[in-house]
Design a binder for this molecule. Structure first.
Ligand code: TXA
Ligand code: MG
Length: 332
C-alpha cells in the first residue's frame, strides 16, 4: 500500500493520474470525500468491486454507493430519473446526499447487492471530483474501514483499518462533514430517508414535499437499506449514552468503572468533573460536532477505552444524523 499526499483544494495532476490508472486497471484506491474517506473501485468492473467486499469483510447483501462526477453522469446510470431525484440533485449535489434510484444494466449486480436500485452521489470534495474526472468511470466506494468499524475521516484511519488491502491511499487531510451522507430513496411516491446525515429531513422536505424518515426494520413495507441493520459504526469499548439531566448517574458510572481499573472516555457538553476520565468537550454546533465525532471515537478506541460515556445531543432536526451514529455506536 502506498500513501500519496495531495492538497485538498488543488490536488497535483500526476498523483490523480496514477490513481485513475490504478482504478481503470482494477485496483483499490482510498480517497477523501467531504463526508468520510471512501474505498474506491471502478464501479463497472465486477472483479474490482469484489475486492472491495473482500478488503472490508463486508457481507455481499450490503450494496455500495456509486460516485459520479455530475448529475448528468448519474442519469446515465439511472433507469428512472424521477422529478424528486432531479430536484434533490439540483439542490444538494455536489454534496453529502446519496440518491437511491432504479439502476440500469450497466451497474453490476454485485454493486447493488442483487437489488434493482443503486445509490448515486456526486461528492463535494475537489480531490474526489478530480479523481472522477481523471478516471472517467463511476467509482463504487463504501467508507474505507473494515465492516463494523468507525468510518475514517483521515488517511491514517484508513491505513490503520485496511493496511495492505488497499493499493493506494490519497491523503488530503481530515474530511469536513465527518459523518456519512444522507441516503434518500427516490424510487417511491415520496422521498424516504434511509440513513440520516447532515442534510436533514427538513432540508429534503424544503425541496420535495412529503419526505419522511424511512423505517428500515426487516419485514416493514419500507425499502430496506441493509447497511442500517445491526451494530455499526462501533468502537471496541462499550458506548453508553446519557441525557444531559443525568450527569450525576453518568459520573457515578464512570467512577465505578475507574475503581475497577477500567479505562473510561467521555464525549460531553458539560464536564463530568472526574479526574482519570479521558474527556472531550464536544462542540455545541451540530456541524462542528459531526466533523470531530469519528476522530474523537478513533482516539478513545486507540487509547483502549473500555467504557465511553456520551452526553446526548438535542433531539432536534439538525442533530438527527449525529444522534443516529451515536445510537448505532451504543447498540451492541
Ligand atoms: O458519505 C458516504 O456515503 C460515504 C462516502 C465514501 O461516500 N460512503 C458510505 O458508504 O458511507 P457505505 O457503503 O459505508 O454506506 C452506504 C449505505 C449503506 O447503509 C447501504 O446499505 C446504503 O448506503 N445503500 C447503498 N446502496 C443502496 C441501495 N441501492 N438501496 C438502499 N440502501 C443502499
Ligand atoms: Mg460504512
Amino acid at each position: 500500500m502506498r500513501v500519496v499526499r495531495v492538497s485538498a483544494d488543488a490536488p497535483a495532476r500526476a498523483a490523480l493520474q496514477e490513481a485513475a490508472e490504478l482504478l481503470r486497471s482494477g485496483g483499490l484506491v482510498a480517497f477523501p470525500t467531504e463526508t468520510v474517506y471512501g474505498l474506491g473501485a471502478n464501479a463497472l468492473d465486477e472483479r474490482a468491486v469484489r475486492r472491495i467486499y473482500e478488503a472490508k469483510g463486508r457481507p455481499a447483501v450490503n450494496p455500495l454507493i456509486v460516485h459520479v462526477a455530475s448529475a448528468a453522469d448519474a442519469q446515465t446510470l439511472a433507469f428512472d430519473w424521477t422529478s424528486a431525484a432531479d430536484a434533490l440533485a439540483k439542490a444538494f449535489w455536489p454534496g453529502p446526499l446519496t440518491l437511491v434510484v432504479k439502476k440500469t444494466a450497466a451497474i453490476p449486480s454485485l454493486v447493488s447487492a442483487g437489488g434493482a436500485t443503486v445509490g448515486l452521489r456526486v461528492p463535494a470534495h475537489p480531490v474526489a471530483l478530480a479523481l472522477l474526472a481523471a478516471a472517467e468511470v463511476p467509482i463504487a466506494a463504501p467508507s474505507a474501514n473494515r465492516s463494523n468499524q468507525i468510518s475514517p475521516t483521515t488517511a491514517q484511519h484508513v491505513v490503520d483499518s485496511l493496511g495492505d488491502d488497499v493499493d493506494l491511499v490519497i491523503d488530503a487531510g481530515a474530511t469536513t462533514v465527518g459523518i456519512e451522507s444522507t441516503v434518500v430513496d427516490v424510487t417511491g411516491a415520496a422521498p424516504r430517508i434511509l440513513r440520516p446525515g447532515m442534510i436533514s429531513l427538513s432540508d429534503v422536505t424544503r425541496v420535495v414535499a412529503g419526505a419522511e424518515i424511512g423505517d428500515a426494520q426487516p419485514g416493514s413495507a419500507a425499502p430496506l437499506s441493509p447497511g442500517m441493520l445491526g451494530k455499526h459504526y462501533a468502537p471496541h469499548g462499550v458506548v453508553t449514552l446519557f441525557e444531559a439531566q443525568s450527569h450525576g448517574d453518568a459520573a457515578a458510572r464512570a467512577r465505578t468503572a475507574l475503581d475497577r481499573g477500567r479505562r473510561v472516555g467521555a464525549l460531553v457538553f458539560t464536564s463530568l468533573g472526574l479526574s482519570g476520565v479521558q474527556e472531550f468537550a464536544m462542540p455545541a454546533d451540530s456541524r462542528e460536532y459531526a466533523r470531530t465525532l469519528y476522530a474523537t471515537l478513533h482516539t478513545l478506541d486507540a487509547a483502549g477505552c473500555d467504557l465511553i460515556l456520551v452526553e446526548c445531543p438535542p433531539r432536534t432536526d439538525e442533530w438527527t444524523g449525529v444522534r443516529d451514529r451515536l445510537e448505532r455506536a451504543a447498540r451492541s
